[in-house]
Design a protein around this ligand. Structure first.
Ligand SMILES: *[C@@H]1O[C@H](CO)[C@@H](O)[C@H](O)[C@H]1NC(C)=O
Ligand SMILES: *[C@@H]1O[C@H](CO)[C@@H](O)[C@H](O)[C@H]1NC(C)=O
Ligand SMILES: *[C@@H]1O[C@H](CO)[C@@H](O)[C@H](O)[C@H]1NC(C)=O
Ligand SMILES: *[C@@H]1O[C@H](CO)[C@@H](O)[C@H](O)[C@H]1NC(C)=O
Ligand SMILES: *[C@@H]1O[C@H](CO)[C@@H](O)[C@H](O)[C@H]1NC(C)=O
Ligand SMILES: *[C@@H]1O[C@H](CO)[C@@H](O)[C@H](O)[C@H]1NC(C)=O
Ligand SMILES: *[C@@H]1O[C@H](CO)[C@@H](O)[C@H](O)[C@H]1NC(C)=O
Length: 287
């Protein structure tokens, strides 16, 4: 049962416009159904979550993309290695805060498998692009998509390792632009010795950022001081991570790794004009 059905009961005459009512949250036993074109839309309509197919594929995936910018750029995918092959998929928030993606026969295709439980949970798509499951009573987050990055590093995300829990937040490329399954390249922190980020191809190093010198990583300019974002690199006995925040909230920025292992960075200051490249790591370097 979805929130849309509830609305249908209350406002039967508006049934045709129900799916265009923007909601950013589902509660227990509510779902997003592919067949009904249901989606979640973040408060300021920056991001949308729903089912999608890559351009040349009919496979169905749950993903998050920028709502107002064309062409569609998917920044996160749930069931990367387990596509659904029809439009009968349904993403349900179950009791205790587990998000479950089910196929036509109600088989579980993917789930958050949250290690901790939530009472009276909600799943909300934030305007940062983070899908957050939390208990309503105390607001404790039991699961968030920012902890499981796909190929895109968004503002506000922590990229790095939690040395206490072992959680390693890294980027993994799509196999191809038409297949979001786990690809060849990862971009992740190497915590041994002085921390730095490695771009690896099946564990063979392709590119390293060099060490953090307090202002930037020694090998590259791209994370140095710039007009667009501020950088925060934290390294202590509990965690090592990189995070960045935009200086101007009206400007969108994203960094990612393409299926062929290219680090790309794009900026958008006007959704109608779309993305434009903003510096390129590989060409910034002289090594
Ligand atoms: C959710 O659905 C289950 C199974 O139908 C039911 O037992 C439970 O009471 C429902 N919970 C809520 C909060 O609606
Ligand atoms: C969902 O969207 C597709 C593609 O735009 C359309 O063909 C279909 O009729 C829509 N289904 C519903 C229930 O609105
Ligand atoms: C949404 O937009 C309003 C108006 O521009 C702004 O005040 C608010 O901070 C924005 N909210 C978020 C979550 O970005
Ligand atoms: C979808 O997958 C199911 C289960 O593997 C299979 O039975 C069905 O034939 C597939 N449908 C299509 C259209 O490929
Ligand atoms: C649904 O998923 C279950 C479990 O993953 C699987 O056994 C079943 O074949 C799937 N059904 C379809 C129609 O894909
Ligand atoms: C990455 O690995 C693939 C498969 O092993 C190989 O074909 C490709 O040349 C490698 N690319 C780079 C840049 O190392
Ligand atoms: C933030 O970006 C918007 C869009 O480019 C621009 O109109 C505005 O002047 C910027 N604000 C500041 C404080 O730079």
């Amino acid at each position: 049962m979805a929130v849309f059905n509830l609305l249908f009961v209350v406002f039967p005459f508006f049934c045709l416009s129900i799916t265009s009512l923007a909601v950013d949250t589902i509660r227990v036993n509510q779902s997003i159904r592919d067949g009904e074109n249901e989606t979640l839309i973040s408060t300021n309509e920056t991001f949308e979550l729903g089912f999608f197919s890559p351009e040349l594929s009919s496979n169905r995936y749950i993903g998050i993309w920028y709502k107002k910018i064309s062409p569609k750029k998917v920044v996160w995918v749930a069931n990367r290695n387990n596509p659904i092959n029809d439009t009968n998929g349904e993403l349900l928030l179950a009791e205790q805060g587990n998000l479950i993606l089910m196929n036509a026969t109600k088989g579980t295709v993917w789930s958050t498998n949250s290690p901790s439980l939530a009472t009276n949970p909600t799943a909300q798509l934030l305007d940062t692009g983070n899908l957050v499951v939390q208990g309503n009573g105390n607001g404790n987050v039991v699961w968030q998509s920012f902890d499981y990055p796909a190929d895109t590093f968004l503002p506000g995300m922590k990229l790095g390792i939690n040395l206490v829990t072992g959680m390693n937040r890294k980027l993994t490329t799509w196999t191809s632009i038409n297949d979001p399954s786990l690809g060849d390249y990862t971009f992740e922190i190497n915590p041994d010795g002085l921390p730095e980020f490695f771009l690896e191809n099946d564990s063979a190093m392709v590119y390293r950022t060099g060490y953090w010198n307090g202002i930037t990583f020694s090998g590259i300019i791209f994370l140095g001081p710039n007009p667009v974002f501020t950088i925060d690199f934290v390294s202590n006995e509990k965690e090592i991570y990189l995070k960045y925040e935009l200086k101007n909230k009206s400007v969108l920025y994203r960094m990612g790794v393409t299926p062929d292992g290219t680090i790309e960075r794009f900026i958008c200051d006007d959704p109608a004009r779309g993305w434009r490249p903003y510096l390129n790591v590989m060409t910034d370097t002289c090594d």
